[in-house]
Unconditional design. Structure first.
Length: 220
């Protein structure tokens, strides 16, 4: 299974007909936040693939077009505070936003993130009983604590995400929020069975889907 993940910055060749030549063979699109809704709609429409998203701390409450307004990308699935099974069999979950720093929308305290993570836990435990595994891919806007994060309040990582990774061991934990300006910036980290990816701009991922619901998924 091929996945295109995007976050934070619009990429010229993605927002053009070239997206079909480059990514026409992907099976799924994931957005980790802070991208215009029209950009996500364009990707979803051109590729004709399912798109799951979470909002970033700079997400618009309402986005105005020439003739329409919207509060979410049309046709996409908001994964915030949800655990879902895609029709492909992939198990997905997500949490939006970043750490609280100026009382803006989609910002939460470390305690609030703990609450959100704990509320997800019963859904992931049900996945384990039903499908034999907790989770395949988790998407967020903010990074986990001390993984790809920064020292300033807006870009500090989320402590509860480290717990989610340790306990539920998704194959991929994909985040945005941390902009990448240098080629030597670390954007991929392995913690146990989980690969943590900063998808600033975009990333292409490949996973091997299980033959049955009781088998795990591993990166190719």
């Amino acid at each position: 299974m091929k996945i295109l993940s995007v976050s934070d910055v619009e990429v010229g060749f993605i927002y053009s007909p070239m997206v079909c030549d480059r990514f026409g063979d992907v099976d799924l699109v994931l957005s980790c936040g802070d991208l215009p809704y029209f950009y996500l709609e364009y990707i979803q429409t051109m590729l004709n693939k399912r798109l799951y998203f979470v909002r970033g701390n700079h997400a618009s409450k309402v986005e105005y077009g020439l003739t329409t307004t919207r509060s979410a990308p049309l046709g996409a699935v908001d994964l915030n505070q949800k655990a879902m099974r895609d029709e492909s069999g992939l198990l997905l979950a997500g949490l939006e936003g970043s750490l609280q720093y100026n009382r803006g929308p989609h910002q939460y305290s470390q305690s609030e993130y703990w609450q959100k993570a704990l509320l997800l836990a019963p859904l992931l435990l049900w996945n384990k009983s039903r499908y034999g595994r907790y989770l395949d891919v988790f998407i967020s806007h903010a990074p986990p604590w001390k993984i790809h994060d920064a020292d300033d309040p807006p870009h500090t990582g989320i402590r509860a995400f480290r717990w989610l990774i340790k306990v539920f061991q998704p194959v991929y934990f994909i985040h945005g929020h941390i902009h990448v300006y240098r080629n030597d910036t670390i954007t991929r980290t392995q913690i146990g069975a989980t690969t943590i990816l900063n998808t600033y701009g975009f990333k292409e991922l490949t996973l091997d889907l299980p033959v049955t619901g009781k088998e795990g998924i591993r990166p190719s």
